[in-house]
Design a protein around this ligand. Structure first.
Ligand code: NAD
Ligand code: DAO
Ligand code: ZN
Length: 368
């Protein structure tokens, strides 16, 4: 069949809209009509060429929602008409990682997914006989995709695609880091470095669990108003403090119980760790630093009880947890609508990247 898609031909070049050939689903796979997709920082990172694992030409996009059109042989958990969110972190429930119950990093299809291929090693997208690669197993910048059954979360059918697509990455990454990775308890003091598409979701996750002080740190003063709306109680701009770590320690009676780095900067990662409370403070790295960067701190920071950890996709098990997060949205427990600042058509997708680079959008969503 044919599908309209935005193709990344090479690093640093704008996407172009093409009519691609898409082969149908093979065993264990599902054809999905993507109805909407968010544009995330990580798509930009790959498109920019900074991602050493970025492959071209490819169909980017990993924050989508859509409807199952057809299922391949052996697919048992989905049928045509089901509403789904594609998962760049699948959940097979059978591999060593899934069975450990210690991580959400299912490895069942990791090898091929990282090479831009389907689990059988093939690509389904092509143009005039030239293969085009998949991306993160999702490629939601295409109107139709083929995805493995284990990489699709079935969601309720009354949820609006143009909002819940954001649960495919940003919402789950931020809220999940609070709930699943850090397990923040009521009353805890939380510090969030970076108040973008991820950090604002950390803030609303912290509010959801009843955190005490929720302190936001950002260089962009324009982020303060939005963050307050989502539950931030105190705002600190590092430009206004000689020592941001000291400012946080003063505000939290000795340090944060939990901090979250949502920027991808190794300097703020260190600050996020060192602003944590002696004896128990935990710092969670969410931001993805540039290739080759390393983090540093004095080991005594850890000896004296601070904990440094990381979180991918919020520690969420996609097929299990994503439908619950959709329910939270539909029940009014989380706010997605105000984070979606721009809605675009596919042909305007490059504008979505421009808005992101200029810091003018929180989330742009493409509606097919
Ligand atoms: P964003 O660009 O929307 O937000 C980043 C924010 O950080 C901006 O508000 C910016 O003003 C602020 N900032 C930049 N430098 C700063 C500094 N030195 N001090 C204070 N504030 C500063 O980005 P986003 O979409 O929220 O993504 C944040 C990070 O999370 C990225 O690195 C992204 O790749 C990563 N990410 C991780 C996961 C995961 O599963 N771990 C998932 C998605 C995205
Ligand atoms: O299992 O080795 C692995 C990789 C899992 C991918 C996790 C990616 C999380 C960070 C990238 C940002 C995604 C938008
Ligand atoms: Zn698995």
């Amino acid at each position: 069949m044919k599908t309209r898609a935005a193709v990344a031909w090479q690093a640093g070049q704008p996407l172009t809209i093409e009519e691609l050939e898409l082969e149908g689903p093979r065993a264990g796979e599902v054809l999905v009509e993507v109805k909407a997709t968010g544009i995330c920082h990580t798509d930009y990172y790959t498109l920019s060429g900074a991602d050493p694992e970025g492959l071209f030409p490819a169909v980017l996009g990993h924050e989508g929602a859509g409807i199952v059109q057809e299922v391949g042989a052996g697919v048992t958990s989905l049928q045509p008409g089901d509403h789904v969110i594609p998962l760049y972190t699948p959940e097979c429930r059978q591999c060593k990682f899934c069975l450990s119950r210690k991580t959400n990093l299912c490895q069942r299809i990791r090898g091929t997914q990282g090479q831009g291929l389907m689990p059988d090693g093939s690509t389904r997208f092509s143009l005039a006989g030239k293969p085009i690669l998949h991306y993160m197993g999702t490629s939601t910048f295409s109107n139709y995709i083929v995805a493995p059954e284990i990489a699709l979360a079935k969601i309720r059918s009354d949820a609006p695609f143009d909002k819940v697509c954001y649960i495919g990455c940003g919402v789950t990454t931020g809220i999940g880091a609070v709930i699943f990775t850090a397990e923040v308890e009521p009353g805890a003091n939380v510090v969030v470095f970076g108040l973008g598409g991820i950090g604002l979701n950390v803030i609303q996750g912290a509010r959801m669990v009843g955190a005490g002080r929720i302190i936001g740190v950002d260089l962009n003063p324009a982020r303060e108003a939005m963050a307050r709306k989502f539950g931030m109680t105190h705002f600190l701009n590092p430009k206004e403090h000689a020592d941001i770590v000291d400012a946080i320690v003063q505000l939290t009676d000795g340090g944060a119980d939990y901090s979250f780095e949502c920027i991808g900067n190794t300097t703020t990662m260190r600050q996020a760790l060192e602003c944590c409370h002696k004896g128990w403070g935990q710092s969670v790295i969410i931001g993805v630093a540039d290739a080759g960067k390393e983090i540093a701190t004095r080991p005594f920071q850890l000896v004296t009880g601070r904990v440094w950890k990381g979180s991918a996709f919020g520690g969420a098990r996609g097929r299990t947890d994503v439908p619950k997060i959709v329910d939270w949205y539909m029940e009014g427990r989380i706010n997605i609508d105000d984070l979606i600042t721009h809605t675009l058509k596919l042909e305007d997708i490059n504008r979505g990247f421009e808005l992101m680079k200029a810091g003018e959008s929180i989330r742009s969503v493409v509606v097919y």
